[in-house]
Design a protein around this ligand. Structure first.
Ligand SMILES: [Zn+2]
Length: 250
């Protein structure tokens, strides 16, 4: 980047030289501004981290529901098995040829029927639970796959963020060093005016004059001001946006 004014044949004064340097300084500050915007807009993984946290919460809740239902299923299965066993024993006793008393047989048959009804009741509770546990198991597995996907994405995003922010910070650091050289020896009044405008006017303190207009706010400049600018003897500001005007000597 050229930091020193070229001799233009006109307006080759200290002020013209300072204006040229402010123009060059503006280019550095614009480049720093763009890199800082890039740095701020880098994805640091916050969104993915939040998605992951909420997926993990949901997964914990699903797993706990699955465990409850699977435990209920085991309890019912054990009850069914026990009842079935009792019923087989009662049947073996009733029809094994050892019971001849009709009263006793009737009591045993009533017991067998009652156990049969109990088995029906347990089976009716158990059947929908089989489907539910299956569905919950599938949902928990899908959620775990989603969590793994989010973790991989987050890892990659964090690593890209680290590399990119280091790269951008290095570039910003180099430009800041260049900037220190660019402001050395500049008229302090002009520099502080430049810096005030830079802060207020969206990082653009110096506007080029193009086609008789201020390139920053597109207002047409008075001819007399353009003439003064071409003479390059004083710092001129756009009356509309107050930016320092720069006109190339060519
Ligand atoms: Zn303007």
């Amino acid at each position: 980047m050229t930091l020193h004014a070229k001799s233009t044949g006109r307006g080759d004064t200290k002020m013209h030289n300072d204006l040229q340097r402010l123009w060059e300084l503006q280019k550095i500050d614009s480049a720093i501004g763009e890199l800082e915007t890039d740095l701020r807009s880098l994805d640091d993984g916050s969104d993915l981290r939040a998605q992951l946290a909420s997926a993990e919460l949901e997964s914990a809740a699903r797993t706990s529901r699955l465990n409850e239902d699977a435990a209920a299923q085991s309890t019912l299965e054990a009850e069914l098995e026990k009842t079935e066993l009792k019923r087989s024993e009662a049947m073996a006793k009733a029809y094994g040829g050892t019971v001849s008393n009709p009263k006793e047989l009737e009591t045993l048959e009533q017991g067998i029927e009652a156990l049969g009804r109990q088995m029906d009741r347990v089976e009716n509770e158990l059947l929908p639970l089989f489907d539910k546990v299956d569905e919950e198991q599938t949902a928990v597995e899908a959620q775990e796959a989603e969590i793994a996907r989010l973790r991989r994405g987050l890892e990659q995003t964090v690593s890209t963020h680290e590399n990119e922010s280091a790269r951008l910070s290095d570039q910003i650091g180099a430009l800041r060093t260049e900037r220190n050289g660019a402001i050395e020896g500049l008229d302090s009044g002009s520099l502080s005016k430049y810096e005030r405008i830079l802060k207020k006017a969206g990082n653009v303190a110096v506007a080029a004059v193009q086609g008789g207009m201020c390139a920053a706010c597109r207002v047409t400049l008075p001819t007399v001001q353009i003439t003064r600018l071409q003479q390059g003897t004083e710092l001129q500001q756009c009356e509309s946006c107050l930016r320092i005007l720069w006109i190339s000597g060519e």
